[in-house]
Design a protein around this ligand. Structure first.
Ligand code: NAD
Length: 268
């Protein structure tokens, strides 16, 4: 007989840290994990906008800790992890995320912008992993998902810094996954395509100016380039991340998974 029971992701009670979660993909991921019964620790640079995410998590029946933390700042990250452990005792799941580095062509980028990009997009991941990995390895259970970008596989002209660093993050994801696999710590990257968030709207504004068209015309052009014919929704990223963190995905590690409506052109 075929059972009609819903799939249990086995995440009830797990402690999950989700970075940059006041809106967009971070918030959608935190809410998806909350719906699965995780206890959430979320951050963004200020708690003003983060409180709305905390309320949404609490409304889903889960506990939430909201901490002001700039992910490009090493001390802030340490403080956030310490606060999470003080509140929930441990960290089982880490979702790295950030606001996205400045968008510009190579000639327009200063050394300072490159350094800021490296701090907020690459070093944040390295630092957070270093802070949470020892506990996960000791307990023989852990999940790390790095939210990166389609540009890891398919660079885009205006996203010079992002394209460079996101390809590097796929390399980090794979090498780190190898090194902690025997401890049952799974490390994966999720590469969103074009998902309708504030950042996507900002990028559409920039690009429509570059192309001399209205934002609506540019958005229609992007949609027609996506095989599925539409932008993605933030919850379509959150749900996949919840699956990657789950017991149902216990043999997936080291992958850079594209969730992109088919837009990435490479076969692998
Ligand atoms: P968003 O602008 O909607 O949300 C970004 C979130 O990050 C906000 O909560 C903001 O407060 C927080 N944030 C920004 N800088 C921070 C910092 N230094 N420290 C802590 N929090 C910070 O953006 P989004 O669309 O949700 O994108 C999230 C990430 O996914 C970005 O890195 C982006 O480049 C990447 N991405 C997005 C898309 C997309 O289509 N939306 C596609 C590919 C990759």
């Amino acid at each position: 007989m075929i059972s009609s029971a819903a799939v249990d992701l086995g995440l009830k009670g797990r402690v999950a840290m989700v970075a940059a979660a006041s809106k967009g993909l971070g918030r959608a991921t935190a809410e998806a994990l909350a719906r699965e019964g995780c206890r959430l620790s979320i951050c963004s640079r200020s708690t003003d906008n983060l409180d709305a995410s905390r309320f949404a998590i609490e409304a889903a029946g889960s506990e939430a800790l909201a901490v002001a933390c700039d992910v490009s700042n090493a001390e802030d990250l340490e403080r956030w992890v310490d606060a999470t452990v003080a509140t929930f005792g441990q960290v089982d799941i880490l979702i790295t995320n950030t606001g996205g580095p400045p968008a510009a062509k190579f000639a327009q980028l200063s050394e300072e912008q490159w350094r800021a990009g490296i701090n907020s997009t690459l070093m944040n991941v390295i630092r957070l992993c270093k802070l949470v990995l020892p506990g996960m390895q000791q307990r023989k259970w852990g999940r790390i998902v790095n939210i990166t970008s389609l540009v890891a596989k398919q660079p885009l002209e205006l996203l010079t810094i992002s394209s460079t660093l996101r390809a590097g993050l796929s390399g980090l994801t794979k090498t780190l996954a190898d090194q902690v696999a025997l401890d049952n710590v799974l490390v994966n990257a999720l590469l969103p395509g074009h998902i309708l968030t504030d950042r996507q709207i900002h990028l559409n504004e920039l690009r429509s100016k570059e192309h001399g068209v209205t934002m609506e015309q540019y958005a229609a052009r992007v949609e027609s380039s996506i095989p599925m014919g539409r932008f993605g929704r933030p919850e379509e990223i959150g749900e996949v991340i919840a699956f990657l963190c789950s017991e149902r995905a216990s043999y997936i590690t080291g992958v850079s998974l594209q969730v992109d409506g088919g837009i990435i052109r490479s076969t692998f």
